[in-house]
Design a protein around this ligand. Sequence first.
Ligand code: ZN
Length: 278
Amino acid sequence: MYILFILYSNMKSYQEIEKYVEMLGGDVGYIGVTYLGYPIPVITKGRENNKRILLVGGVHAREYITSYLLFELIKEYDGECLIDCVPVLNIDGMLLSRLGLGMFDNKGLCEELLRLNQNSEDFSLWKANIRGVDLNVNFDADWGGGEQNILYPASANYIGPYPHSEKETQAIVELINKKDYNMIVAYHSKGEEIFYGFGDNLKHKKKAQKVADFLGYELKTSQGSAGGLKDYAVDKLNKFSITIEVGEDRFPHPYPMGELENLVKRHRGSLELFCKLG
Ligand SMILES: [Zn+2]
């Protein structure tokens, strides 16, 4: 599986990724490069009609279950519109969360990461990118106005030195400003909730409710949060965009991989629904 390739290979050959995506029946492109130099892949699959949808997973490092879920969903997808899928946005952070410091040979970087992690070598709960910036508070939508925002690098909640300061954020911003998406979905974990709208802009409630009904998740507005991908897409681009918090709250972080099959079952058919809604 491609994600395993990302996590466990030496990541020298992206041809292998391309081969995998070919097997899916899609195309692969790259939307940017992370700080550690890994290209951020986008898989495009589906049929050309008047709709195009973007799915983004792996924004928070420890929430890599969302990447695995997206791989499974895009593999099965055979719908009527074009879907662009960025399964792992925060590749560096995910590598850190899954593999710890062992995979980094830059001593200065390791020392800095240890410091940000309160000298613990257990990085399994890390959310940020490799610079200690939380990508989902780095977008330009009431940037710095979130209740949990902090102003220094950390494993979570640091907004960054300025909006869109991070390469991963920039890659998504560039993509969604270039392509006129009908719907933008950000995947996080966990809580079985769907967040829609931003501030007073709640105009896509009905469509968001249909997704919530399909998944059996609870629909909510995201009061108290700011600077997220969905927030930016709604606030600055006036798009239909939602955040889906996949998985049950009773499980710990990182979400147990043994639960992937149940998640896939729950989400099966949702991409086809997005094509109708978007
Ligand atoms: Zn998250």
